[in-house]
Design a protein around this ligand. Structure first.
Ligand SMILES: Cc1cc2nc3c(=O)[nH]c(=O)nc-3n(C[C@H](O)[C@H](O)[C@H](O)COP(=O)(O)OP(=O)(O)OC[C@H]3O[C@@H](n4cnc5c(N)ncnc54)[C@H](O)[C@@H]3O)c2cc1C
Length: 402
């Protein structure tokens, strides 16, 4: 699968941060993690922290999958919203999920602060009603969250215009959010692990997972294998190749980074912005006077078609951004597209699948909040492997599909 079109901003800005060797001999460990993206890095870190002997394998250069293409808005307010999840699974589970993602924002901050260049910054998140007839649902989402102790303001049209210059009927201003450089963060975590003895091998494709009752053998295209007690499949959207059951659907999302914007308002440097229509426009600062803007999602999962669509989609994103900020002097610097997968309910899957047995754990952090999900999933998978309980283990397992 070709996961992205063009060169995303992070890879251009950061350059080649780290290189890892391929696997060239048979090895043994406690846990083999397939995938050296942000999910695999966070999971490997958790497991190594628990004292386990961990090996990470990636078929590309580490970090070069979806992680490099991500816009990395870190939010607890997941796409279906508290109202949407509660309607399907009940208020208790919905609140637990949002709270776990809220906590994940600070946890990611603690991890990222030890990674040079992670560019982690706390931010606010503004969610506005795209149309006047969405305002009621936006307010209801805000009121329900406030009732459960989430910190946010419900803004009406005048306040929104005055503080952000955005013209919409209502919006939620959430005080807990962040932004990060996902590529640099993933590589930084992996480099730190490698320095402490974790085996990180890239350009090594896992071709088969042979799970027995006592151990698992991971075969690779390098004629070298890994024998271990557990495997974690953190292969991003390609994890699906290890399952017959289809658990998610692939989409494409399109992104542009602007050229530096003169007199960028101060709020735009510290506010993530998204909206109630689907697919939504999403925006964050690039850490300087550039903005990163994404959206225009479609169901295209044919890379050549997605590649061809980038200029047209980027032009539409630019038009929308200019309209939102009421400025016609904003220009595109870089644009790209990436595949992302979404589950039917917008929630991730973490844990074993019946097709592969209890020693093979899947980490499918799928959805618009994939990175916050990965932080939650890393802790959950650690608990599972250590045979400890986690409050979301059952809810985020494949049991949801039954
Ligand atoms: C355009 C775009 C915008 C996004 N914006 C946001 C956002 O604002 N906020 C947010 O939270 N999330 C966002 N996401 C989602 C987020 O980027 C993903 O959740 C995250 O990058 C997934 O990381 P990962 O490590 O699971 O996957 P990846 O980064 O794809 O890593 C998986 C790795 O597994 C490797 N692999 C796969 N199969 C094998 C195999 N057989 N053998 C060896 N290695 C294998 C791959 O080479 C890859 O490097 C966005 C995604 C895209 C594409």
């Amino acid at each position: 699968m070709d996961l992205k079109s063009g060169y995303p901003y992070w890879t251009v800005r950061d350059g080649l941060v780290a290189a890892f060797p391929p696997l060239d001999s048979d090895i043994e460990c406690d846990v083999a993690v397939i995938g050296a993206g942000i999910t695999g890095a966070l999971i490997a870190r958790e497991l190594a922290d628990a004292g386990l002997d961990v090996v990470v394998l990636d078929k590309r250069d580490a970090g070069w999958g979806s992680t490099a293409a991500s816009t990395a808005l870190i939010q607890y307010e997941i796409d279906p919203g508290l109202v949407g999840i509660a309607g399907r699974y009940g208020e208790r589970k919905a609140v637990a999920m949002l709270k776990a993602c809220e906590v994940a924002i600070d946890e990611l901050g603690d991890i990222a602060r030890r990674v040079p260049g992670s560019a982690y910054r706390r931010a606010e998140s503004l969610y506005y009603a795209s149309w006047p007839w969405h305002a009621g649902a936006v307010r209801e989402e805000g009121e329900r969250r406030v009732a459960h102790g989430f910190s946010l303001d419900i803004l009406e049209r005048d306040a929104l215009r005055e503080r952000f210059g955005i013209d919409a009927s209502a919006a939620l201003l959430t005080h807990v959010a962040a932004e990060i450089d996902p590529y640099r963060t993933a590589l930084g975590i992996l480099q730190a692990l490698a320095r402490k003895g974790t085996g990180v091998f890239d350009r090594t494709e896992v071709t088969a997972i042979e799970a027995g009752s006592r151990r698992v053998v991971v075969r690779t295209d390098r004629q070298a294998s890994v024998a271990c007690a557990h495997v974690v499949v953190a292969g991003g959207y390609e994890s699906a190749t290890f399952l017959r059951q289809r658990v998610a659907r692939d989409h494409s999302s399109y992104v542009l980074v602007t050229e530096p914007i003169a007199h960028l308002p101060a709020w735009a440097r510290r506010t993530l912005v998204w909206e109630s229509r689907r697919p939504y426009l999403y925006m964050r600062s690039a850490g300087d006077s550039r903005l990163i803007v994404g959206g225009e999602d479609d169901r295209v999962d044919i890379p050549a078609k997605r590649d061809r669509a980038v200029p047209r989609k980027a032009a539409r994103l630019l038009r929308k951004l200019r309209k939102l900020l009421a400025r016609d002097d904003i220009e595109t610097g870089f644009s790209w597209a990436g595949t992302f997968a979404e589950t039917d309910d917008g929630l991730p899957f973490f844990g074993p699948h019946p097709e592969r047995g209890p020693r093979v754990h899947f980490a499918m952090a799928y959805g618009g909040n994939g990175i916050a999900y990965s932080v939650v999933g890393a802790k959950l998978i650690r608990k599972r492997i250590l045979r400890e309980s986690h409050p979301l283990a059952r809810f985020l397992s494949f049991e949801r599909l039954r």
